[in-house]
Design a protein around this ligand. Structure first.
Ligand SMILES: Cc1cc2nc3c(=O)[nH]c(=O)nc-3n(C[C@H](O)[C@H](O)[C@H](O)COP(=O)(O)OP(=O)(O)OC[C@H]3O[C@@H](n4cnc5c(N)ncnc54)[C@H](O)[C@@H]3O)c2cc1C
Length: 409
């Protein structure tokens, strides 16, 4: 999708992105339709990711991982999204647990004590991923305003001897029933304390801990293979060592590193590319599984493809810039650009898929081909909190017109 020479990617990044593309073509593409149809989790693909190093793509090299940067991860994830949106989105949930604790945390201000504590604890998680192929997920959403970033998480952690007792409910918990650890956000609350986002804890809860259950069914429009059911936590004991970040550091990270919330977009960047790729191959009569009938000679098709190409190039250019400039404490313009990139990718992925269906025609949207799945999966992008398409527009408008703290009074 992003030619290493044209986009000036370093050799290591190019190699990892190429590895992800090959994996997408060989492991994900052949399994995607079945898991989509049955709404089952592609656990075998996650098992295959382990020897490829892909589960540990963002684990620092010193801890046995591939040490990919934020940008390299995004570009690799887009390649997976091209071949199976749901697997790429699930992979995102797993990899983000290593990004929050890894490259991102390395850029945050921490006291010497916090840094030492953090490095020691994350080693435990990385060891599980690198050595055992452990899979992490990140169920943050609760069905209230917390996932949008406005109020404290309703899931609460009560400090007890040696750890915490955690109770609450997470909705849309992708990888539920498949992950080995749920990386949850919750509010630490002592006796009589006020709930505050500043007291957010980021904890890894073993899937087999007493009090953890997965409930409800999962039969959505798209992204069916993410199996995002409801996670219930009932007085679960979580040892202190399962803290993925020291106290107070998640709040700092979410405030200083807003581009982390852009990490849901690579999957959809890949889906947009997939819709375009499908259209070109279909109109050329080269799509496997379809008769070799060419439809490319009609001017209406050519205009439609040109239009898709322009949309795709615009989307890629803005997105590449946004993921390239991600860092701690970005400027206001960089944050506005990140919202714009998220909005553009999420909306354009589905617009490209819709255009692809209109252009290719009825036979192209039959369930034996990937386009209708791409269309359904891509529809989900603009719903992903905390940066839904609506929230991105809200923030772009407000933050363009008001400086921090400014009011009209
Ligand atoms: C396929 C899929 C997989 C997912 N996987 C995960 C996962 O692994 N982990 C996880 O934590 N979540 C996950 N989610 C959940 C997702 O991030 C959202 O939390 C979920 O879609 C919210 O649905 P809702 O109906 O409760 O939204 P609501 O909170 O009811 O919001 C509805 C809409 O209102 C708007 N809105 C909401 N709050 C505000 C606000 N404060 N200001 C302005 N507008 C607002 C938004 O545009 C939003 O789309 C997943 C979602 C999907 C579709």
């Amino acid at each position: 999708m992003f030619d290493p020479a044209a986009f000036c990617l370093e050799r290591k990044a190019a190699e990892l992105i190429e590895r992800a593309r090959r994996f997408g073509q060989t492991a994900l593409a052949p399994r995607a339709a079945r898991h989509d149809r049955d709404a089952t989790f592609p656990i075998e693909s996650f098992r295959d990711m382990h020897p490829e190093g892909l589960l540990a793509i963002c684990v620092p090299e010193a801890d046995g991982g591939l040490g990919a940067s934020y940008r390299t991860y995004c570009l690799a994830a887009a390649e997976l999204g091209r071949y199976c949106g749901a697997t790429a989105l699930s992979w995102n949930m797993h990899v983000c647990s290593t990004l929050w604790t890894g490259a991102l945390a390395d850029e945050l201000m921490m006291t010497v004590e916090e840094r030492a504590e953090h490095n020691e604890r994350r080693r435990l998680h990385y060891k599980r991923i690198v050595g055992d192929g452990a899979i992490y997920s990140q169920p943050f959403s609760e069905g209230g305003a917390a996932a949008a970033g406005t109020v404290a998480f309703g899931t609460e952690a009560r400090p007890v001897e040696g750890g915490f007792r955690v109770s609450g409910k997470k909705i849309f918990a992708s990888l539920s029933g498949a992950a080995d650890y749920y990386g949850i956000l919750c509010t630490e609350r002592g006796q009589g304390g006020q709930a505050s986002r500043r007291n957010t804890l980021y904890l890894a809860i073993p899937a087999n801990a007493e009090g953890v259950s997965v409930v409800g069914d999962w039969d959505p429009l798209g992204m069916r293979a993410t199996v995002s059911r409801t996670l219930l936590l009932k007085d679960v004991f979580v040892p202190e060592d399962e803290m993925l970040m020291p106290r107070g550091v998640y709040f700092r990270a979410a405030t200083c590193w807003p581009h982390m919330f852009l990490t849901l977009s690579p999957t959809y960047m890949g889906l947009g590319q997939a819709a375009y790729d499908f259209t070109v191959r279909y109109l050329r009569g080269e799509l496997p599984g379809t008769p070799p009938i060419k439809r490319r000679m009609y001017p209406t098709k050519q205009i439609a493809v040109a239009d898709m190409h322009v949309t795709l190039e615009q989307t890629k250019a803005l997105w590449f810039q946004a993921i390239s400039e991600a860092r701690a404490n970005p400027t206001k313009e960089q944050v506005l650009r990140a919202y714009a990139a998220q909005y553009t990718v999420m909306e354009n992925a589905n617009a490209l898929a819709a255009k692809a269906i209109r252009t290719c025609g009825g036979q192209a949207m039959l369930k034996n081909l990937s386009l209708e799945r791409i269309y359904r999966d891509s529809r989900c992008g603009s719903l992903m909190l905390p940066w839904t398409a609506e929230i991105c527009l809200d923030r772009i408008g407000r933050e363009s017109l008001y400086e921090a703290g400014e009011t009209d009074e």
